[in-house]
Design a protein around this ligand. Sequence first.
Ligand SMILES: Cc1cc2nc3c(=O)[nH]c(=O)nc-3n(C[C@H](O)[C@H](O)[C@H](O)COP(=O)(O)O)c2cc1C
Length: 201
Amino acid sequence: VTNGLDDAFRDDLDATLDQAWLRLTRGAADRRSAMHTVTVATAGAEGPQARTVVLRGADRGARTVRFHTDVRTPKVAELAADPRVSVLAYDPRAKIQLRLSGLAAVHDADVVADAAWAGSAPGSRLCYRAPLPPGTTLDAPGAADPTDALRAADSETGRPNFRAVLVTVARIDWLYLAATGHRRAGFEWDGAAWRGRWLAP
Ligand SMILES: Cc1cc2nc3c(=O)[nH]c(=O)nc-3n(C[C@H](O)[C@H](O)[C@H](O)COP(=O)(O)O)c2cc1C
């Protein structure tokens, strides 16, 4: 193994699926993980749209990954029109790519969103009370910089703009680039269990 990774999972489908969820769970929990940020791609009205988001949760039992966003961002309207998403993660040190496909559900005022908001740090909450919606054209580059008044404002004023997005994962495409031979696996949720198979890399 060239990258120092204990890759006993390499030729084992079950262990590979374990690795996939372990890495997602770690990505959500550990801000130093390469998978702490992921790319979420949606079907936009004018074609695919991809953007980086912070991975806030991964739950193997529920088959979900979670991220947070502002209702005023275009991605929320895109998800309402078409909830299909691709979530891409890559750890360059481990040389592991995860490509998840699933359906996104946008949570605004329920227990999922409330718990996510309760767990959000003050710095994260600040974005949600920005008066100008993300993507607004500005007259000057710093015109949307947070003012002292905005920083001092009650963080709950941002709550109406906050959304927790849960993606229920239906497919996982695993790719592991190893000097000893690449491994690629596909996993599909069949309604009761994950069905895995090896794929040509
Ligand atoms: C490192 C990093 C982390 C980000 N995390 C988030 C996030 O957790 N949620 C989010 O909505 N946008 C996040 N963004 C901003 C998005 O990439 C994007 O610019 C913004 O949400 C607008 O997306 P949209 O116009 O496609 O809706 C992050 C950007 C970077 C570079």
